[in-house]
Design a protein around this ligand. Structure first.
Ligand code: TYM
Length: 333
């Protein structure tokens, strides 16, 4: 079966627009194209930085509710929480033992995240994070992993580890490919349009949280940094702010960038900002209500997760057994 898989961390009170356009929007489309779609909440990744247990519990359910509200459909997709699949942690150990220390040390996201905490304060889990991510994928014989640009290096490590395991121990693991939609794989901060939109930016003025008050988000779009020119054109180099707004509007409407640019012929940046703000308002306005409705019935969410975990374990358990066997572990009877 051809399978797509991806995850999104439960580390904030709302997904942001970059998460949606770079990842979740593709997940929704791909659940119709693939035989299997596996989408999960990596709660084990969430504890690689200091965390509050009550918040983690709340945000894990909130993340599931957001996925459903955004269109991930439990009748088409297998939705689960990472810690419910013990085989992932078990596979992580085996993969850790074939990962080079230097190889892990080259992961740029570790450098960024550990620098933020102070190198001495960072946990070992933050360092081995990409190996856990490789296990997330390799446990499930995945073909495509839809992610944003910032996950590309982790996907490359995943491929390297799969190939290495197969070379040393015999063909076992499926080598996945990153599914990155170039146009939308990096949505930029509205105030600092050469940096990616991220919840860990110094200020949240350039961050669109999907569950924020729509008026507040619309205002952020209208206040986006552009440049001193006035011609609406797509030019990442010289007009990063304008290009970002065009990208956002194109992604939310399904129109092409060229079509949008043509429609702003003779118009000012103000028009682009107002239209993009309106399109965003239409998109986010129904979300909060849908999420609240889903959260009001936690038993329903838990039932989706229980069914998802059962299906996911049915795939991961045989993979782990084969890995254990190939590496020389005695079968436990
Ligand atoms: P996370 O939770 O940081 O982000 C979830 C997804 O959102 C994408 N993304 C963006 N895309 C475009 N523009 C942006 N500004 C932007 N910011 C974030 C991310 O690329 C990601 O696809 N390590 C992963 C979670 C993970 C995972 C996995 C993903 C754990 N195991 C296995 C795939 C497969 C992460 O922290 O994503």
């Amino acid at each position: 079966r051809v399978r797509v898989l991806s995850g999104i961390q439960p580390t904030s009170d709302s997904f942001h627009l970059g998460n949606y356009l770079g990842a979740v929007k593709q997940w929704v489309a791909l659940q119709d194209e693939f035989d299997d779609a596996f989408y999960f909440i990596p709660d084990m990744h969430a504890i690689t930085v200091p965390n509050d247990p009550a918040k983690l519990r709340e945000r894990t359910r909130l993340s599931v509710a957001q996925l459903l509200a955004l269109g991930v459909d439990p009748s088409k997709s297998t939705i689960y929480v990472q810690s419910h699949i013990p085989e992932i942690a078990q596979l992580t150990w085996v993969l850790s033992c074939i990962t080079g220390f230097g190889e892990a040390n080259r992961m740029t996201q570790f450098k960024d995240k550990s620098a933020r905490q102070g190198a001495e304060a960072a946990g070992v889990g933050l360092f081995t994070y990409p190996i856990l991510m490789a296990a997330d994928i390799l446990a499930f014989h995945v073909d495509a992993v839809p992610v944003g640009e910032d996950q590309r290096q982790h996907l490359e490590l995943t491929r390297d580890l799969a190939n290495r395991f197969n070379t040393r121990f015999g063909e076992t693991l499926t080598v996945p490919r990153a599914y990155i939609v170039k146009e939308f794989a990096k949505i930029y901060d509205l105030q600092n349009p050469t940096a990616k939109m991220s919840k860990s930016a110094d200020s949240d003025a350039g961050l669109i949280n999907l569950l924020d008050e729509p008026k507040r988000s619309a205002k952020k779009i209208r206040s986006a940094v552009t440049d001193s020119d006035s011609v609406v054109a797509f030019d990442r180099e010289n007009k990063p702010g304008v290009s970002n707004l065009l990208t956002i509007q194109a992604a939310l409407t399904g129109r092409t960038i060229d079509d949008l640019v043509a429609s702003y012929d003779g118009k000012q940046y103000g028009h682009l900002k107002v239209d993009t703000a309106d399109v965003l308002t239409d998109f986010v306005t129904p979300l909060r209500g849908r999420v609240d409705e889903l959260l009001a019935d936690p038993a329903h969410l838990d039932a989706i997760l229980a069914a998802g975990a059962a299906k996911a374990r049915a795939v991961a358990a045989p993979t782990l057994r084969e890995v254990y066997d190939k590496i020389g572990f005695l079968a436990s009877s």
